[in-house]
Design a protein around this ligand. Sequence first.
Ligand code: SF4
Ligand code: FES
Length: 246
Amino acid sequence: MNTFQLDGAEVPFDDGDTLMVAAVRAGRHVPHLCWHPRLGQSGACRLCTVRVDGRLAAACTTRAAPGLVVENRTPDLDGRRRMLVQMLFVEGNHFCPGCEKSGDCRLQAAGYELGMTGPAFEEFHPQRPVDASHAQLWLEFNRCILCKLCVRASHEIDGKDVFAIGGHGIGTRLLVNSPSGLLADSALAPDDFAAQVCPVGAILPKRRGFAVPIGSRRVDVEDAAADAIAAADAAAPASEPDDARR
Ligand code: SF4
Ligand code: FES
């Protein structure tokens, strides 16, 4: 089997694997926010940026090749990741102590994992709406990190195209595909994959926010990196061929 080097360890891969897919299958953690084993590639968050033969590249979109030398968890790369996470925190309104997703949030977990101790940049404090129109789901635009997971999940798995990304630059935002632009008038249902895939507290079920007490949630009790590997393993459709996981 072909292999590449990841932080000095040989990682086997199949033809067509990305660095991320091969790394996760080998039980190696590459920090990520917008990659999901059931969904197509996006390259939206850049948290998975590694050095491939000395050049920066996104692990979730770069194909593995024999003999590549990939650096992943170096102080330089983790420092860049920490800065990305700090920028995401100030771009939206992320108040972890009051958020229903605290302890089960990939952005918060990345902050812990990467040693983020403060925002580092001036907070934007944007004024964004909350869409509470749906009977069973919240859409909290203040927490959206524009990872496009819900967009891809709705298109690729649910076949509904409920979500899209619109606008440019600082005005980029998540859009709801419905006549009114409100979630209540969309085709989104609570058991849709798009309603369950959000890595932060932007799409949440109503009336279940504190069913598991804060302090005993996944990332409250697990190492964030180990939890990310376990979550990717659990989410990957085991019976499907590798091609379906890309
Ligand atoms: Fe990503 Fe959640 Fe925003 Fe959708 S609502 S783009 S899943 S952060
Ligand atoms: Fe690779 Fe987001 S996980 S760019």
